[in-house]
Write a protein that binds this ligand. Structure first.
Ligand code: FRU
Length: 547
């Protein structure tokens, strides 16, 4: 069965064709948001990598510009890989990216805008003194990449970190510079872990307030620093946060947090190589991440495209200080159209109902609040699962395995008779640590498509809520976009993005259901499902004023 082109996204960012991966150099500069990204200008598979460029004034509609950074010099002849932008105090933006040089070494280069009066910063100049950072003696020159946004210490020096590895040890190595041109390695790495290569590190301050100060740096007053890395071995990202001492460049993660796959994740699904930026216009930190395809490379070539960016998410520290919280930027709500509404509707154990009234549920934003009526029906948490990751538990108890409390949630991108459906759901167990309930959030795509040749991993994360305290209530928001199901559980505590490829639940054939496969009844206290308009993606024609 062929994958339908009706699976292109309507409001998740993707270029008209070809392969994309990591978001790069994300920034806000003089009223314009810039998104650069890894791009193959020649096809729908990874290769020939350049920095494609798009700009927006609202993070919703995008103007596609010609590639900004592409191989031109010995220091990047074999590719322009990931990197970040830093806005200098005088207002000049600078990009630092990884170039693949003639010997296939990974080196770090800078690029500056050619013309600061061009509002879109279309053209970038690479000074001849590049590379500015080369792998030192004893370093792994083919695993030394993805520089972060730089920050300034109290001594006025710039700092940034670069991802690398030393045998199996992943490292975030620190460099310092006075002028952004000459960089010196610090004696100690900022952090390391026994995890394999660290790609795409990110390092930034957060507080429990979603609104950040315009300085963005800072420490004290409950500020924590987040270190996120991408693990190429498992294709997951994890983060820690803790205390960062600016004077000594020492980072100490909070004791409760683990490095590696047992650590906290931004997203428990298909979300990788992410990067944040400080949005000084709206005083928030915004996270961009890449969602790869999970069909075959052959299918991608046939489609002519591969890869999307997740919806940009606001990110901050939860009020209990135990994890980060994420929420889609409010701007995307401007795409909401007609909506269907459900209130105080009981879903008996073993039943389901369709949310009707949408012209199409293939492109929708669903906000739902559930209430479990009888938490005592929760199954015991199997002690064999202690220490197991959520994905293992969810694989053992998928959407169709009857439970005590749950599985309950949504069938997104469902066909008539729901032969195709992607289940996003919660399941509640009793007997966790301290006798508390354990809440699991899952995305089960095993029934998502009649097509073969698809990779359909079950994704799951635990949700840190005390569901007895909330009176059995738990919230779910799901952004549905043809081949994307991007969910935010418990107001952004647990997030899961999944790529699916229905063959029947396409366009106006796609439906939405609420289901409950548990013994306990569940009440939908309210549910709003909005049709979403498509974002406007335009190419960089002549500017209106010049026509
Ligand atoms: C992550 C990554 C980066 C690298 C880029 C190359 O997806 O492998 O480490 O810079 O992609 O496209």
């Amino acid at each position: 069965l062929a994958v339908d082109d009706g699976l292109r996204t309507g409001y998740h960012f993707q270029p008209p064709k070809h392969w994309i991966n990591d978001p790069n150099g994300v920034m806000y500069y003089k009223g314009v948001y810039h998104l650069f990204y890894q791009y193959n200008p020649k096809g729908a598979v990874w290769g020939n990598i350049v920095w494609a460029h798009a700009v927006s004034t609202d993070l919703v509609d995008w103007i596609m510009l010609p590639p900004a950074i592409y191989p031109t010099a010995p220091f990047d002849v074999n590719g322009c890989w990931s990197g970040s932008a830093t806005v200098l105090p005088d207002g000049t933006p600078v990009i630092m990216y990884t170039g693949i040089d003639g010997e296939n070494r990974q080196v770090q280069n800078v690029a500056y805008p050619k013309d600061l009066s061009d509002p879109y910063l279309r053209e970038w100049v690479k000074p001849d003194y590049n590379p500015v950072i080369a792998p030192g003696p004893g370093m792994n020159a083919t695993a030394f990449r993805d520089p972060t946004t730089a920050w300034q210490g109290p001594d006025g020096l710039w700092r940034l970190v670069i991802g690398t590895k030393d045998n199996h040890r992943g490292l975030a190595v620190l460099y310092r510079s006075r002028d952004f041109k000459r960089w010196a390695p610090a004696k100690r790495a900022l952090h390391s872990g026994d995890t394999g290569m660290w790609e795409c590190p990110d390092f930034y301050p957060v507080t429990t307030s979603p609104a950040v100060g315009s300085g963005g740096g800072g420490s004290g007053n409950g500020t924590k620093h987040v270190l996120k890395v991408s693990l190429d071995l498992t294709r997951f990202e994890y983060y820690t946060f803790g205390e960062y001492d600016h004077a000594t460049d020492t980072y100490v993660p909070d004791a409760a947090l683990a490095d590696g796959n047992d650590g906290l994740r931004y997203d428990y699904g298909n979300f990788y190589a992410s990067k944040t930026f400080l949005d000084t216009a709206k005083q928030r930190r915004v996270l961009w991440g890449w969602a790869n395809e999970s069909d075959s490379a052959t299918a991608d070539i046939r489609k002519g495209w591969a890869g999307v960016q997740a919806i940009p998410r606001k990110v901050w520290l939860s009020s209990d200080g135990k994890q980060l919280v994420q929420w889609p930027v409010a701007e995307i709500e401007s795409l909401r159209g007609a909506h269907a509404n459900v209130t105080d509707t009981l879903v008996a154990g073993g039943s389901h109902f369709e949310v009707t009234g949408l012209a199409s549920a293939a492109q929708a934003d669903v906000e739902a609040s559930f209430q479990v009526m009888d938490l005592d029906k929760a199954e015991p948490f199997d002690p064999a699962w202690r220490g197991a990751d959520a994905q293992t538990v969810c694989a053992a108890r998928g959407a169709d395995a009857r439970g005590g409390v749950g599985p309950f949630g949504l069938w997104a991108l469902a066909s008539d008779e729901h032969g195709e459906r992607t289940a996003v759901f919660f399941r509640v167990f009793k007997g966790g640590d301290g006798g508390k309930h354990v809440v699991l959030m899952c995305n089960d795509p095993s029934m998502s498509s009649h097509a073969d040749d698809l990779y359909k991993p079950t994704f799951a994360g635990f949700v840190d809520v005390d569901i007895a305290q909330t009176g059995g209530k738990i919230a779910l928001r799901t952004l549905i976009d043809h081949s994307v199901v991007e969910s935010f559980g418990a107001h952004g505590k647990t997030c899961i993005l999944s790529r699916v490829y229905p063959t029947k639940a396409v366009g106006d054939k796609a439906r939405l259901y609420v289901f409950n496969n548990g013994e306990s009844d569940v009440k939908v206290t309210h549910l709003n499902a909005y049709e979403m308009r498509s974002a406007k993606i335009t190419s960089d024609a002549v500017e209106p004023t010049k026509r």
